[in-house]
Design a protein around this ligand. Structure first.
Ligand SMILES: Cc1ncc(COP(=O)(O)O)c(C=O)c1O
Length: 352
């Protein structure tokens, strides 16, 4: 079994030392200097606890972490070590997970519109599971990735979600038969159905509708000789416990729908692509207020009052500190931070 975490990658911290302590320590240190760049602290123990919660609440579903949410190396290594799969949306993400030894079968290239060079890259590196929602994608894949195992992404009702993804992605149900027929004609293997109910989903019934729609597409596929075996229920799960619907409440609605439409014994593997669920509560960002000014907002819709505007040094992150109290009491200062990191706890370090 591969080992994704090397102890030498990390430095020990004291037992009981929490992310907040580390953050305050760093703020105290940098306050003595001119180097007051923004930084974040991540509690990787929180990521581990989230993983265990996921497995408990959705026992039939294997999580494929959506790396676009936060591709920090510590998060990726921890999740690989715990046996999660990965939803990659680009060549760079595939390279990152393969670079630490993640096997191609634990990767889904879940981007329905891929550049040809990246499809070729996936083919060369053994990544077979990929999503599609349109004809052009099918013809690109048939020419450039003969061993691809395609997953048809369907559109959802994402009206109760904070980020609506079906505006951009997902085939309407009425197009699915045509897409399956075309896939058959092009000799493309279609192994299943995926969907995303939108990020920050506030209505668990959206999953129920999509799971039922997916069942319909499974039936449709049999008309073309496909025996599909993969259902991908996407992301959309809450990242913190103060969201309108708690993760376990969502799971309590999803599980019966899975049992109804894809009962155990139906030979269908179920995966999900949680993103914010894993990282939102683990990361805390410290930024510096570098300027403050009073502004009066004019124009239509303005209340005419004077507002205080704070400028933060949020564009450039300097330090990335990872802490793993639950796993092995380790922390590391890494060199790189993706700007797509989810900002959960904003700690303002006033220093002007
Ligand atoms: C294809 C896909 N899967 C998963 C995710 C992760 O979604 P969430 O952070 O809501 O779990 C996204 C987010 O944009 C996505 O586009």
């Amino acid at each position: 079994m591969p080992k994704y975490i090397q102890e030498s990658d990390f430095t020990m911290v004291e037992e009981g030392f929490v992310a907040r302590d580390l953050m305050e320590e760093i703020i105290n240190d940098v306050s003595q200097t001119d180097d007051r760049d923004a930084f974040f602290v991540a509690d990787l123990g929180d990521v581990v606890r989230k993983h265990l919660r996921f497995l408990k609440a959705l026992p039939r579903v294997k999580p494929f972490y959506a790396m676009k949410c936060n591709s920090s190396r510590g998060v990726v290594q921890i999740l690989a070590e715990l046996g999660a799969g990965f939803d990659c949306a680009s060549k760079a993400e595939i390279e990152l997970v393969q670079g630490i030894g993640v096997k191609p079968e634990n990767i889904i290239y879940a981007n329905p519109c891929k550049q040809i060079s990246q499809i070729k890259f996936a083919a060369k590196n053994g990544v077979q599971m990929m999503t599609f929602d349109n004809e052009v994608e099918l013809s690109k894949v048939s020419r450039n990735h003969p061993n691809a195992k395609m997953v048809l992404r369907i559109a959802t009702d994402d009206s109760k979600s904070s980020a609506r993804l079906s505006v951009k992605f997902g085939a309407p149900l009425k197009s699915c038969r045509h897409l399956l027929e075309m896939a058959k004609n092009l000799n493309v293997d279609v192994i299943g159905v995926s969907f995303h109910v939108g990020s920050g989903c506030m209505d668990p019934k959206a999953y129920v509708q999509s799971i039922s729609d997916a069942r319909m597409v499974f039936e449709m596929a049999t008309e073309f000789g496909y025996k599909m075996w993969l259902l991908d229920i996407g992301g959309g799960f809450p990242g913190t416990d103060d969201s309108r619907v708690r993760f376990e409440e969502m799971a309590a609605v999803i599980n019966p729908a899975l049992d109804l439409y894809f009962p155990e014994g139906s030979a269908v593997e179920i995966i999900a692509e949680p993103g914010r669920y894993y990282v939102a509560s683990a990361f805390s960002l410290a930024v510096n207020i570098i300027a403050k000014k009073e502004v009066r907002l004019d124009g239509s819709g303005s209340d005419g009052r004077v507002h205080v505007q704070y400028c933060l040094n949020i564009k450039a992150f300097s330090k990335h500190l990872l802490q793993i109290p639950l796993v092995s009491n380790l922390w590391k200062q890494a060199e790189h931070l993706s700007l797509t990191v989810l900002l959960v706890l904003l700690v303002l370090h006033v220093g002007f």
